[in-house]
Design a protein around this ligand. Sequence first.
Ligand code: RTP
Ligand code: MG
Length: 139
Amino acid sequence: MAGNRTFTMIKPDAVENGHIGGILDQITASGFRIVAMKLTQMTQRDAETFYAIHKERPFFGELVEFMTRGPIVAAILEKDNAVEDFRTLIGATNPEEAAEGTIRKKYAKSIGENAVHGSDSDENAQIEGAFHFAGREMF
Ligand code: RTP
Ligand code: MG
């Protein structure tokens, strides 16, 4: 069904700081079902491809370095209105601007190292999920 899946990554900062459990608990308590999930590490080429839309931005090099420096948790999540509801759950890109109780408000330190990713459209959710998972890894 269109519109009911999104893709997320628990980023290297949150994994390093021991927040996998807390973040997954908040995600599932908020009504998202885990469709696919793994601990993995992006190569430089993976990160450059995944974030190709940002390649002209001044922070692109830093972003690729950050996203490749350690393992991430990649997951596909299912819920009605998944993309929008998940972006609400994680909060603004800059944790200083994120609403109280959001995942980035609780776990992120800076605009660059902001704990979690959430797809920004149904189309990108599909592309990003397929980037990380084969069909037989989706349940
Ligand atoms: P995401 O894609 O990770 O869910 O984050 P987002 O939509 O809220 O933000 P986006 O504009 O797509 O930026 C992607 C990621 O790039 C890093 N960033 N750094 N230093 C900076 O000014 C800056 N701006 C963005 C963040 O890791 C951001 O999540
Ligand atoms: Mg984005």
